[in-house]
Design a protein around this ligand. Structure first.
Ligand code: HEM
Length: 207
Protein backbone atom coordinates (compact mmCIF):
# COMPACT_ATOMS: atom_id res chain seq x y z
CA UNK A 1 0.00 0.00 0.00
CA UNK A 2 1.54 3.36 -1.01
CA UNK A 3 1.43 6.40 1.29
CA UNK A 4 -1.54 8.03 -0.55
CA UNK A 5 -3.78 4.93 -0.25
CA UNK A 6 -2.69 4.57 3.39
CA UNK A 7 -3.73 8.19 4.12
CA UNK A 8 -7.07 7.60 2.34
CA UNK A 9 -7.68 4.42 4.37
CA UNK A 10 -6.94 6.29 7.63
CA UNK A 11 -9.29 9.16 6.63
CA UNK A 12 -12.05 6.68 5.69
CA UNK A 13 -11.62 4.85 9.01
CA UNK A 14 -11.78 8.12 11.05
CA UNK A 15 -14.86 9.36 9.16
CA UNK A 16 -16.77 6.07 9.42
CA UNK A 17 -15.85 5.56 13.11
CA UNK A 18 -16.76 9.20 13.92
CA UNK A 19 -20.06 8.91 12.06
CA UNK A 20 -20.98 5.62 13.80
CA UNK A 21 -20.17 7.08 17.25
CA UNK A 22 -22.18 10.23 16.42
CA UNK A 23 -25.23 8.13 15.48
CA UNK A 24 -24.87 6.19 18.74
CA UNK A 25 -24.62 9.47 20.73
CA UNK A 26 -27.73 10.86 19.00
CA UNK A 27 -29.68 7.65 19.65
CA UNK A 28 -28.54 7.32 23.26
CA UNK A 29 -28.44 10.97 24.46
CA UNK A 30 -30.24 13.32 22.07
CA UNK A 31 -33.48 11.74 20.82
CA UNK A 32 -35.23 11.96 24.20
CA UNK A 33 -35.33 15.80 23.88
CA UNK A 34 -37.80 15.46 20.99
CA UNK A 35 -40.37 14.40 23.58
CA UNK A 36 -41.28 17.80 25.00
CA UNK A 37 -42.17 16.85 28.61
CA UNK A 38 -40.60 17.50 31.99
CA UNK A 39 -40.12 13.73 32.50
CA UNK A 40 -38.10 13.43 29.32
CA UNK A 41 -35.95 16.53 29.96
CA UNK A 42 -35.46 16.06 33.69
CA UNK A 43 -35.43 18.84 36.32
CA UNK A 44 -31.98 20.06 35.23
CA UNK A 45 -32.77 20.76 31.55
CA UNK A 46 -36.53 21.50 31.66
CA UNK A 47 -36.18 25.23 32.66
CA UNK A 48 -33.91 25.66 29.58
CA UNK A 49 -35.98 23.40 27.29
CA UNK A 50 -36.29 25.92 24.42
CA UNK A 51 -32.52 26.38 24.25
CA UNK A 52 -31.91 22.65 24.57
CA UNK A 53 -34.14 21.70 21.63
CA UNK A 54 -32.62 24.37 19.34
CA UNK A 55 -29.14 23.27 20.40
CA UNK A 56 -29.93 19.57 19.86
CA UNK A 57 -31.63 19.96 16.43
CA UNK A 58 -28.83 22.08 14.94
CA UNK A 59 -26.07 20.15 16.77
CA UNK A 60 -27.42 16.94 15.23
CA UNK A 61 -27.47 18.48 11.76
CA UNK A 62 -23.83 19.59 12.08
CA UNK A 63 -22.76 16.23 13.49
CA UNK A 64 -24.41 14.24 10.69
CA UNK A 65 -23.54 16.50 7.74
CA UNK A 66 -19.91 17.17 8.79
CA UNK A 67 -18.23 13.90 7.75
CA UNK A 68 -19.68 14.05 4.20
CA UNK A 69 -17.88 17.36 3.60
CA UNK A 70 -14.55 15.50 3.77
CA UNK A 71 -15.45 12.83 1.19
CA UNK A 72 -13.39 13.75 -1.93
CA UNK A 73 -15.84 12.00 -4.33
CA UNK A 74 -18.71 14.28 -3.17
CA UNK A 75 -16.55 17.42 -3.31
CA UNK A 76 -15.22 16.64 -6.77
CA UNK A 77 -18.35 15.29 -8.48
CA UNK A 78 -21.17 17.20 -6.78
CA UNK A 79 -19.74 20.61 -5.97
CA UNK A 80 -23.18 22.21 -5.61
CA UNK A 81 -24.25 19.60 -3.07
CA UNK A 82 -20.98 20.17 -1.18
CA UNK A 83 -21.68 23.93 -1.13
CA UNK A 84 -25.24 23.53 0.16
CA UNK A 85 -24.22 21.01 2.79
CA UNK A 86 -21.38 23.34 3.81
CA UNK A 87 -23.78 26.27 4.22
CA UNK A 88 -26.17 24.11 6.25
CA UNK A 89 -23.29 22.80 8.39
CA UNK A 90 -21.88 26.26 9.16
CA UNK A 91 -25.33 27.77 9.86
CA UNK A 92 -26.06 24.84 12.18
CA UNK A 93 -22.80 25.30 14.12
CA UNK A 94 -23.60 29.02 14.44
CA UNK A 95 -27.11 28.45 15.86
CA UNK A 96 -26.18 25.42 18.01
CA UNK A 97 -23.02 27.24 19.16
CA UNK A 98 -24.94 30.29 20.39
CA UNK A 99 -27.41 27.99 22.21
CA UNK A 100 -24.44 25.95 23.55
CA UNK A 101 -22.83 29.15 24.83
CA UNK A 102 -26.03 30.07 26.69
CA UNK A 103 -26.35 26.55 28.08
CA UNK A 104 -22.72 26.52 29.24
CA UNK A 105 -23.20 29.84 31.02
CA UNK A 106 -26.30 28.51 32.81
CA UNK A 107 -24.91 25.03 33.57
CA UNK A 108 -24.13 24.05 37.15
CA UNK A 109 -21.67 21.32 38.35
CA UNK A 110 -18.56 23.58 38.90
CA UNK A 111 -16.50 26.40 37.35
CA UNK A 112 -14.01 24.07 35.60
CA UNK A 113 -16.92 22.38 33.79
CA UNK A 114 -18.70 25.65 32.99
CA UNK A 115 -15.56 27.31 31.60
CA UNK A 116 -14.51 24.19 29.65
CA UNK A 117 -17.85 23.99 27.82
CA UNK A 118 -17.92 27.77 27.33
CA UNK A 119 -14.47 27.40 25.71
CA UNK A 120 -15.87 24.63 23.49
CA UNK A 121 -18.73 26.92 22.38
CA UNK A 122 -16.36 29.84 21.67
CA UNK A 123 -13.98 27.66 19.68
CA UNK A 124 -16.91 26.10 17.75
CA UNK A 125 -18.10 29.55 16.70
CA UNK A 126 -14.55 30.71 15.92
CA UNK A 127 -13.51 27.73 13.76
CA UNK A 128 -16.80 27.90 11.79
CA UNK A 129 -16.39 31.65 11.24
CA UNK A 130 -12.79 31.19 10.03
CA UNK A 131 -13.88 28.38 7.65
CA UNK A 132 -16.57 30.71 6.25
CA UNK A 133 -14.27 33.75 5.87
CA UNK A 134 -11.55 31.69 4.18
CA UNK A 135 -13.92 30.21 1.57
CA UNK A 136 -15.45 33.64 0.91
CA UNK A 137 -11.88 34.73 0.09
CA UNK A 138 -11.44 31.61 -2.09
CA UNK A 139 -8.63 30.34 0.11
CA UNK A 140 -9.32 26.61 -0.32
CA UNK A 141 -6.35 25.41 1.75
CA UNK A 142 -7.25 27.49 4.78
CA UNK A 143 -10.95 26.63 4.36
CA UNK A 144 -10.12 22.91 4.42
CA UNK A 145 -7.95 23.31 7.52
CA UNK A 146 -10.56 25.34 9.43
CA UNK A 147 -13.28 22.85 8.46
CA UNK A 148 -11.15 20.03 9.90
CA UNK A 149 -10.75 22.01 13.14
CA UNK A 150 -14.47 22.85 13.18
CA UNK A 151 -15.55 19.23 12.78
CA UNK A 152 -13.08 18.02 15.40
CA UNK A 153 -14.74 20.52 17.77
CA UNK A 154 -18.27 19.49 16.65
CA UNK A 155 -17.37 15.93 17.62
CA UNK A 156 -15.99 17.18 20.98
CA UNK A 157 -19.33 17.03 22.79
CA UNK A 158 -19.97 13.47 21.57
CA UNK A 159 -16.51 12.51 22.85
CA UNK A 160 -17.30 14.28 26.14
CA UNK A 161 -20.50 12.27 26.77
CA UNK A 162 -19.06 8.94 25.57
CA UNK A 163 -15.94 9.35 27.75
CA UNK A 164 -18.16 10.37 30.66
CA UNK A 165 -19.92 6.98 30.40
CA UNK A 166 -16.60 5.11 30.07
CA UNK A 167 -14.91 6.84 33.03
CA UNK A 168 -17.83 6.73 35.50
CA UNK A 169 -16.23 3.95 37.56
CA UNK A 170 -12.64 5.18 37.18
CA UNK A 171 -13.09 8.84 38.18
CA UNK A 172 -15.93 8.43 40.63
CA UNK A 173 -16.13 12.10 41.69
CA UNK A 174 -18.63 13.53 39.16
CA UNK A 175 -17.38 17.13 39.44
CA UNK A 176 -13.76 16.07 38.79
CA UNK A 177 -14.77 13.83 35.89
CA UNK A 178 -16.99 16.41 34.16
CA UNK A 179 -14.49 19.23 34.74
CA UNK A 180 -11.64 17.19 33.29
CA UNK A 181 -13.68 16.07 30.27
CA UNK A 182 -15.15 19.52 29.54
CA UNK A 183 -11.59 20.66 28.72
CA UNK A 184 -9.91 17.52 27.40
CA UNK A 185 -12.76 16.64 24.96
CA UNK A 186 -11.68 19.47 22.65
CA UNK A 187 -8.13 20.51 23.58
CA UNK A 188 -6.54 17.07 23.00
CA UNK A 189 -8.38 16.31 19.69
CA UNK A 190 -7.53 19.82 18.44
CA UNK A 191 -3.84 19.30 19.25
CA UNK A 192 -3.83 15.97 17.37
CA UNK A 193 -5.63 17.57 14.39
CA UNK A 194 -3.15 20.45 14.37
CA UNK A 195 -0.17 18.06 14.36
CA UNK A 196 -1.73 16.21 11.38
CA UNK A 197 -2.44 19.47 9.50
CA UNK A 198 1.04 20.86 10.11
CA UNK A 199 2.84 17.53 9.47
CA UNK A 200 1.59 17.64 5.88
CA UNK A 201 3.39 20.98 5.37
CA UNK A 202 6.62 20.27 7.23
CA UNK A 203 8.57 19.61 4.04
CA UNK A 204 7.40 22.80 2.38
CA UNK A 205 10.34 25.18 1.97
CA UNK A 206 9.50 28.70 3.14
CA UNK A 207 10.10 31.41 0.55
C1 HEM B 1 -19.33 21.43 20.01
C2 HEM B 1 -19.95 22.39 20.64
C3 HEM B 1 -20.97 22.12 21.70
C4 HEM B 1 -21.07 22.80 22.86
C5 HEM B 1 -20.20 23.94 23.32
C6 HEM B 1 -22.16 22.23 23.60
C7 HEM B 1 -22.56 22.68 24.83
C8 HEM B 1 -23.53 22.07 25.59
C9 HEM B 1 -23.87 22.43 26.95
C10 HEM B 1 -23.20 23.54 27.73
C11 HEM B 1 -24.83 21.61 27.35
C12 HEM B 1 -25.54 21.64 28.71
C13 HEM B 1 -24.68 21.01 29.78
C14 HEM B 1 -25.18 21.34 31.16
O1 HEM B 1 -26.04 22.18 31.33
O2 HEM B 1 -24.67 20.73 32.12
C15 HEM B 1 -25.14 20.72 26.25
C16 HEM B 1 -26.09 19.74 26.29
C17 HEM B 1 -26.39 18.96 25.22
N1 HEM B 1 -25.82 18.97 23.97
FE1 HEM B 1 -24.33 20.14 23.39
N2 HEM B 1 -22.71 21.22 22.86
C18 HEM B 1 -22.02 21.12 21.69
C19 HEM B 1 -22.26 20.25 20.65
C20 HEM B 1 -23.33 19.39 20.60
C21 HEM B 1 -23.66 18.58 19.46
C22 HEM B 1 -22.91 18.55 18.13
C23 HEM B 1 -24.75 17.86 19.80
C24 HEM B 1 -25.42 16.89 18.89
C25 HEM B 1 -26.65 16.50 18.99
C26 HEM B 1 -25.11 18.23 21.17
C27 HEM B 1 -26.15 17.71 21.91
C28 HEM B 1 -26.42 18.00 23.22
C29 HEM B 1 -27.39 17.31 24.02
C30 HEM B 1 -28.27 16.14 23.55
C31 HEM B 1 -27.39 17.91 25.26
C32 HEM B 1 -28.27 17.58 26.49
C33 HEM B 1 -27.87 16.29 27.14
C34 HEM B 1 -26.44 16.23 27.63
O3 HEM B 1 -25.93 17.15 28.29
O4 HEM B 1 -25.81 15.23 27.28
N3 HEM B 1 -24.22 19.18 21.60
N4 HEM B 1 -24.33 21.02 25.20
Amino acid sequence: MNSISFKKAILAFILIAGFALSLYFIYDKALRYFVFTKESYGDYFWPRANWVIVHVVFGMLALVIGPFQFVPAIRNRYLNLHRWMGRTYLTSTLIAGIAGFYMASTSQVNYTYQFGLTGLAIIWLTTGTMAFISIKNLNITQHREWMIRSYVVTFGFTAFRLMDDLLTNTITNQGDRLGLLAWSCWTIPLLIAEVCIQAGKIKEVSK
